[in-house]
Design a binder for this molecule. Structure first.
Ligand code: 26Q
Length: 819
């Protein structure tokens, strides 16, 4: 009885309705006739959870019993997207739910639209974590995702006069049916104070940490259902709470207000997601967040997931902690501290265990995006951890000096401790030294990581470095987001592709089949119509029909070069105004942007402003006869992506070569039959190789060419002077055309391009314009375009995150799925 799982509700319309009404009555406390849409949504979520519950309990029991190796995915971000649709798909309940709700006079899509997505991530890295936990569940890989339950996720973006204004993301306001809080299982996390040495019972000198304050971490569990396989893994997110002891101490001192403030202080730790996704600011609260979730997670795994009396010398047989970038790397000294200070391990013993339990994934190449924590801050917040880091570094540098005798410069370069501009810990170095493996996220990126970011380390340990190209989950980004295409694919090749995406290859012969082509085009048109309806009611935006839908959606960053896309648009407009391009020769095109800027990133925010202003003028100009339109719906998020991507014809992946570690949006577009216009960067390289040059619009400098131009000295002004079309576009912006005559409104953006242009947009401008001309020529031949689109779908099955997980299992985790 103690291990007996709950029963699963009957898999029938009737059974579903009973369960749903029961939930509505008992959970929401309302009758159907008096219920709100939110009540109905919450009851529906509970109903679906009930179908998953027995499987979840079983998964936990079996995994525990099997004593196999678990993947502990440590990530500060999980950009999950809505849960209901995924849960319905994973349980095959869509038809039953639709019919059952219909019997109740309710509409499933309306209830689905009620869900507010948990936006607990910034962009690519957070979404990747969400895809990976989906794939691990679907592939029967025992895993626990560990992270932070931010009370406020990524901000809600609004536009006021074309400028970005951030609003808090109140995703918990209407209830959060997907989480299971366990306040009784809260974990204590210490901070501050000092360390001291003492002599233990065996007469050995040991160290201990006397912390100054602490907080509680309350676990919130989320189900991670595999697709139709009965497995339900766990995502465990931590929420910070004040500790009783902490409260009492201050309350007893009689300062009630101070005590309440202290409580708020503790709870601040998981209050809000930092919206910067590069150039970390070294903020104390951010470091608190990192240590907080990592300390909770390690404690949880050691105390609750391992059986009593487990010999921690063998820890790596039971866990591998995958570090999603350096954000959780403080886990390394934390494990050392636990093993030595709490479990009595000697340093060498503890280090042997620790270094076999971690692997590190790097997601960037930009030097300013690499985390460095000042030793002043680290030492103040985590004094014992700083000592341990110094200890790791000292022993590591000994090893370097032994391997390269006399090469003192090398030892200094490789030190985890940077001395300038202030003393700080280079977290990527710590992760590299501690990890069994270090991986980049696309082939090019992994190569550049070896050659440019960590060359000394890859010389010392060539075998430590590997690549795992990113992937995306076909469940959410094809099967759910594109139901019509999914049906077409299933009609052609059967339904296994959802878990075996390489089978899309079998679609290749259909690329030349006129009937298949016709159905494929109809589906694209249907997806565009669906998007049109959504944008009309969501944003009041009208999408013209029959346009080439050209989409650039991603965080706003200079290296991603939204400004290059904008120069293309402005240039088209300028050429019509100046008469060098006849309106009739303009390919009807709608450009859709979606992009959030980090709130403190001035250039990014100015670029958003400029895009909105250009959109306003172009959209209002009747001379264009509706042939060019710019749409910038605010608050791009996973939910919008699921509607936008399936509708796209053209995917813009135009970062400066060598800057985008991988990209994952690029994969989603290709899998949904958009053609890519892109540079030879990140995973674009692999996409192009797979789909073939004829079905990909390549432009721009290659990474070696970028390096060469940089070394030679790049002068953007010379491109402006020598390219009349580029000059005319920039001059049009400077003329005040888009700023009600104000000639200085966009000085920051334009002069940055003219005088700095760190990401060489002007150097790639002509090549980009030429590639866009090739796009238009191809688009004019509908059959050729459709054929290429079908081939993009057929040839990109490689980019399933299931394949990424297989690669991690083989190259890094050295374990296999259960069963
Ligand atoms: C770090 C410290 C302090 C505050 C914020 C951060 C921080 C937060 C988020 C730093 C970076 C990020 C996110 C980075 C990211 O999303 N990188 C992207 O990762 C994708 C998945 O691998 C790649 O496809 C993209 O190329 C890469 O840009």
């Amino acid at each position: 009885l103690a291990t007996a799982p709950v029963g699963t509700p009957p898999f029938s319309v009737d059974g579903f309705v009973r369960e749903f009404l029961h939930e509505l009555n008992t959970n929401q406390g309302v009758t159907l006739s008096r219920s709100s849409v939110n009540d109905q949504y919450l009851a529906l979520a509970s109903t679906v959870k009930n179908y998953l519950m027995a499987r979840w309990l079983e998964t936990n029991r079996k995994t525990r019993e099997a004593k196999v190796k678990t993947i502990g995915y440590l990530s500060a971000e999980y950009l999950l997207g809505r849960q209901l649709g995924n849960a319905l798909l994973a349980t095959d309940l869509n038809d039953i739910a639709r019919q059952g709700l219909e019997l109740c006079g309710l509409d499933l899509p309306t209830l689905r639209a009620q869900e507010v997505e948990p936006g607990l991530g910034n962009g690519g890295l957070g979404r990747l974590a969400a895809c990976f936990i989906d794939s691990m569940a679907t592939m029967d890989v025992p895993s626990i995702g560990y992270g932070i339950r931010y009370e406020y996720g990524i901000f809600r973006q609004t536009f006021v006069d074309g400028r970005q204004v951030e609003q808090p993301d109140t995703w918990l306001a209407l209830g959060s049916p997907w989480e299971f809080p366990h306040p009784e299982a809260a974990v204590r996390v210490d901070f501050g104070g000092h360390t001291e040495t003492y002599v233990d019972d065996d007469g050995r000198e040991r160290c201990r940490w006397i912390p100054a304050w602490n907080v509680l971490g309350v676990p919130y569990n989320y189900m991670v259902p595999g697709y139709l396989n009965g497995r339900v893994n766990t995502l465990r997110l931590w929420s910070a709470q004040a500790t009783k002891a902490f409260d009492l101490q201050i309350f007893n001192a009689g300062d009630y207000a101070q005590a309440v403030r202290a409580q708020t202080f503790a709870e601040n730790i998981s209050k809000v997601l930092y919206p910067e996704d590069s150039t970390p600011q070294g903020k104390e609260l951010r470091l608190q967040q990192q240590y907080f979730f990592v300390a909770c997670s390690l404690r949880d795994f050691l105390d609750n997931e391992l059986e009593e009396g487990f010999d921690l010398h063998h820890l790596s047989e039971r866990i591998i902690f995958q570090l999603n970038d350096t954000h959780p790397v403080i886990a390394v000294p934390e494990l050392m501290r636990i093993l030595m200070d709490e479990k009595g391990f000697e340093w060498e013993e503890a280090w042997e265990v620790t270094k076999s339990c971690f692997a590190y994934t790097c997601h960037t190449l930009l030097p300013e995006a690499l985390e460095v924590w000042s030793t002043e801050l680290l030492g103040r917040l985590l004094p014992r951890h700083l000592e341990i880091i110094f200890g790791i570094n000292e022993r590591f540098l000994k090893e370097v000096r032994a391997a390269f005798p006399g090469d003192e410069m090398r030892a200094r370069r490789m030190s985890m401790i940077a001395e300038y501009p202030e003393q700080g810990v280079r977290m990527a170095y710590l992760a590299t030294v501690a990890g069994t493996k270090v991986n980049g996220v696309a082939e090019l990126h992994s190569q550049l990581l070896r050659d440019k970011v960590l060359p000394d380390f890859s010389q010392l340990w060539p075998d430590k470095f590997t690549n795992v190209t990113n992937g995306v989950t076909p469940r959410r980004f094809v099967r759910m987001a594109n139901p019509k295409l999914s049906e077409l694919i299933t009609d052609a090749i059967g339904s296994n592709w959802v878990t075996d995406l390489e089978r899309l290859k079998e679609l290749e012969p259909y690329a030349d089949d006129p009937e298949f082509q016709a159905r494929f085009s109809e589906i694209k048109a249907w997806n565009k119509k669906r998007l049109t309806d959504l944008l009309r009611q969501r944003d009041g935006i009208d999408l013209p029909s029959g346009h080439l839908l050209d989409v650039m959606v991603k965080r706003l960053h200079e290296y991603k070069r939204q400004s290059l896309k904008l120069l293309h648009i402005v240039s088209l407009y300028e050429r019509v105004l100046s008469g060098t391009l006849a309106v009739e020769d303009l390919t009807p095109r709608t450009v859709v942007f979606g992009a959030k800027a980090a709130p403190g990133y001035r250039m990014a925010k100015d670029t958003i402003h400029l895009i909105n202003k250009v959109a306003k003028v172009i959209n209002a100009d009747e001379r264009l006869e509706g042939r060019l339109k710019v749409a910038f719906p605010a608050n791009y998020n996973v939910t919008l992506a699921e509607k936008l991507i399936p509708a796209a014809d053209l995917s813009e992946q135009i970062s400066l070569a060598g800057m985008e570690a991988s990209g994952t949006g690029n994969m989603k577009f290709a899998l949904n039959g958009a053609l890519t216009i892109g540079t030879d960067d990140g995973a674009n390289v692999e996409i192009r190789r797979l789909v073939g040059d004829k079905h990909f619009f390549l432009f721009g400098m290659s990474e070696p060419e970028v390096a060469e131009l940089g070394a030679k000295g790049y002068t953007p002004g010379s491109y402006y002077e020598s390219n009349p079309q580029l000059k005319a576009a920039l001059d049009l912006i400077l003329s005040g055309e888009f700023s009600e005559g104000d000639r200085h409104m966009f000085d920051s953006v334009v002069y940055n391009l003219l005088h700095q242009d760190r990401f060489m947009a002007l150097a790639d401008f002509q090549s980009y314009i030429d590639a866009q001309a090739r796009v238009e020529a191809k688009y004019a031949d509908e059959a050729a375009w459709t054929r290429s689109a079908i081939l993009n779908v057929a040839r990109t099955g490689y980019f399933s995150s299931d394949r990424s997980m297989r690669d991690y299992l083989q190259r890094i985790w050295h374990t296999t799925p259960m069963i």
